[in-house]
Design a protein around this ligand. Structure first.
Ligand code: GLV
Ligand code: MN
Ligand code: MN
Length: 430
C-alpha cells in the first residue's frame, strides 16, 4: 500500500463556483469519474482494489484530499467531531432543512474502488453543480462523506451515520481490532472522541437524505436496467462468537482426548450457513471472520473467535434466524468439550425508503430516459441509519458481474455518470 496523495488539481475544471442561471444544470460526468479515480489512489492495495479502512492513515488522507478539493472550488468543508466530512455551499442557508447527499469514504480490506466512494464523488459533484446555479431549492444541499461505514478496522459499522443521528453507544470505548483506542486516529481526522455527541443533527434539520451507490449485486445487470430505485435496505444481525477448547500438543494428544476449538467452530460455521441455505430462515448467512489460537500446525486449537452475520428484509424472519443461530451456538456448547459463547450481538433492522423519494428518483430516471426498476438492497448503507431522523432515498447503478467487497468491483462509466445525473435531477426535483 502506498500513501502519497495526488496533488489537488488547480483549477479542477472551470474554476470556482460562481452563480449562473441555467434552467437545466448537468453534472460533469468526466469530473465524477476523475474524483472516483483519485479517491481510489488512497489505500490502493498492491493486491488490487482498495484497502482504505475507516480511520486508517489512507482514510484520513482521502478525507483531507476531498476537503482540499472542495475548498479549491469555493465550497466549505468541515469535519464533525465523529470524523464525518461535511461540505456546504458558501453562504449555506441555515433557515431551511438540509438535503443531505453522500455515502461513506472507507472501504473493506481489499475491497473495490466504488463502494461508498462513488456516492461521495457524485454528491460532491452535485453540490458543486447546485452551488453554481441559482435554481431555487426547498432544502439546502449538503454533501457528506460518512466515517467508518464498513467498520473493518474499528469494528463499529455505521459509526459516522450513527453519530449524525445521535445513536453512538459508548463511543469512548471504541477500539480497533487490535484493541487500540479510536481517540488518536479520530483526533487526526479533526474529530474528538469526547465530543461525538455534538455530531448529532437536531430534529428537523435534515429534510431528506439521498444516497447513490453501486448495487453490489447482479440484479440490474442481469435485467439490463440502468437505475435501481431502492425500496428497502436489508436488516442485519452480527454475532461475535467465541469457541473455547483446550490447547494441547498436536502430536501427543490422542484424538479421543481433545477439545478442539476449531473443529467445533467448523460445525458451527456450517450450521450458520444452513440457517439460510437449507432452512431458509433468512436471506443470507455468512461467517466472515475466523481467528484461531494459537494458529500453528502443531497445536490443537484452543480458541476460535468468529463472526456470524445474518440478513433479511423482514424483521420477523431476522428474529427467527437469530434464534436459530443462538440455538446452534447452544448446541455446540452443550455437545461436550468446548464452550461456545456469544460475546456481542449487533442489530440493524431492515429499513424502508421513503415512498415520496422513490417517486422523485423514478421521475428523475424517467426524465433522463433511463431504464429503472424498484428493488431492495441486500447491502447495508448509511441511509438505513439516517432514516432515524429523515426520509431516505437510494439510487443504485449496476455492478459488473454483481461483484463487490472485492478488488474487481466495477461498473460501466456510462452507468456511473447516469447515476450522478439521477442524483442531481432528484435533488432539483426536491
Ligand atoms: C456494507 O457494506 C454491508 O456490509 O452491507
Ligand atoms: Mn461495503
Ligand atoms: Mn457501501
Amino acid at each position: 500500500m502506498t500513501s502519497t496523495p495526488p496533488a489537488v488539481r488547480s483549477p479542477r475544471s472551470a474554476g470556482n463556483v460562481g452563480v449562473a442561471a441555467d434552467p437545466e444544470p448537468r453534472v460533469d460526468g468526466a469530473r465524477v469519474l476523475r474524483t472516483v479515480e483519485e479517491l481510489a489512489w488512497f489505500g490502493a492495495d498492491e493486491r488490487g482494489g482498495v484497502s482504505r479502512l475507516g480511520f486508517s492513515p489512507a482514510d484520513d488522507e482521502a478525507r483531507r484530499y476531498l476537503a482540499d478539493a472542495a475548498r479549491e472550488v469555493g465550497l466549505v468543508p468541515t469535519v464533525d467531531p465523529a470524523g464525518n466530512l461535511i461540505v456546504r455551499r458558501p453562504g449555506a442557508r441555515t433557515d431551511v432543512p438540509a438535503l443531505l447527499m453522500g455515502s461513506h469514504l472507507d472501504s473493506v480490506s481489499n475491497g473495490g474502488r466504488l463502494d461508498g466512494a462513488y456516492g461521495v464523488a457524485a454528491a460532491w459533484e452535485v453540490l458543486r453543480v447546485l452551488a453554481a446555479h441559482d435554481t431555487p431549492l426547498r432544502y439546502e444541499p449538503v454533501a457528506i462523506a460518512f466515517a467508518n461505514e464498513e467498520g473493518s478496522l474499528f469494528p463499529y459499522p455505521f459509526w459516522g451515520s450513527l453519530a449524525v443521528v445521535g445513536q453512538l453507544d459508548n463511543p469512548e470505548d471504541a477500539t480497533d481490532v487490535n484493541g487500540a483506542s479510536l481517540r488518536r486516529p479520530l483526533r487526526e481526522t479533526g474529530g474528538d472522541l469526547d465530543r461525538t455527541a455534538e455530531a448529532a443533527w437536531p430534529p428537523g434539520s435534515v429534510g431528506a437524505y439521498l444516497e447513490l451507490h453501486i448495487e453490489q449485486g447482479p440484479v440490474l445487470e442481469r435485467a439490463g436496467v440502468t437505475i435501481g430505485v431502492v425500496d428497502a435496505v436489508v436488516g442485519r444481525t452480527i454475532f461475535d462468537l467465541v469457541v473455547t477448547g483446550r490447547q494441547n500438543h498436536a502430536g501427543t494428544t490422542p484424538m479421543d482426548g481433545r477439545a478442539d476449538a476449531l473443529t467445533a467452530a467448523a460445525r458451527l460455521v456450517l450450521a450458520v450457513e444452513s440457517v439460510a441455505r437449507d432452512r431458509k430462515l433468512c436471506a443470507v448467512a455468512t461467517v466472515g471472520v475466523l481467528t484461531i489460537e494459537p494458529g500453528v500446525t502443531n497445536a490443537v486449537p484452543g480458541l476460535v473467535r468468529m463472526s456470524a452475520e445474518i440478513r433479511d428484509n423482514r424483521a420477523d424472519r431476522l428474529a427467527t434466524a437469530e434464534a436459530a443461530v443462538l440455538a446452534e451456538v447452544a448446541r455446540v456448547d452443550s455437545a461436550g468439550e468446548v464452550d461456545a459463547t456469544v460475546r456481542a450481538v449487533t442489530r440493524f433492522g431492515p429499513v424502508p425508503t421513503e415512498p415520496a423519494l422513490r417517486d422523485v428518483i423514478t421521475a428523475a430516471a424517467r426524465e433522463l430516459g433511463l431504464s429503472h426498476r424498484t428493488m431492495p438492497s441486500g447491502a447495508g448503507h448509511d441511509a438505513q441509519i439516517i432514516a432515524a431522523i429523515a426520509p431516505i432515498g437510494m439510487i443504485f447503478v449496476p455492478s459488473r458481474g454483481g461483484v463487490s467487497h472485492a478488488p474487481d468491483e466495477d461498473s460501466d462509466d456510462a452507468h456511473l455518470i447516469a447515476g450522478a445525473e439521477v442524483l442531481l435531477r432528484a435533488a432539483l426535483r426536491l
